[in-house]
Design a protein around this ligand. Structure first.
Ligand code: 5GP
Ligand code: ZN
Length: 115
């Protein structure tokens, strides 16, 4: 599976940087954002290093579908039953800070810090 040794999220996948995991399977990892905007704020990432949403091709469509399908399941597991927001930031104008594809999933009672 392609990894980038300098990538912070690849290091989280490898267990070299600790994270609070919410979900894991062979292809995907879900973990709590270190600076949550909302009472529940999870990042869902592919374990494979894909830098941005621009870098996906037809071979990734099932993976992307699984990321979306996982979001409501994780929110329910975290007790979020009144709605949530999903967000993928892409590239500089999309304000993507970590260059490893990730989907923010945020929920819980408002007010939120951001979003
Ligand atoms: P972006 O702006 O790239 O869409 O979001 C990156 C997110 O990753 C930010 O919300 C930031 O708080 C989170 N993040 C950055 N480094 C770490 C880390 O080492 N651990 C965790 N759990 N989250 C991180
Ligand atoms: Zn990576």
């Amino acid at each position: 599976m392609p990894q980038d040794p300098n990538c912070i999220f690849c290091k989280i996948v490898a267990g070299q940087i600790p994270s609070k995991k919410a979900y894991e399977d062979a292809e995907l990892l879900g973990f709590h954002d270190i600076h949550p905007w909302a009472p529940a704020h999870v990042l869902i990432i592919p374990k494979e290093h894909i830098a941005t949403h621009y870098d996906v091709g037809p071979e990734h469509e099932a993976l992307l579908g699984r990321m979306l399908g996982l979001a409501p399941r994780l929110m329910r597991e975290l007790g979020v039953v009144n709605g949530f927001r999903t967000l993928i930031n892409t590239g500089p104008d999309g304000r993507q800070e970590v260059p490893h594809l990730h989907m923010h999933v945020m929920g819980g009672p408002r007010p939120w810090a951001r979003g």
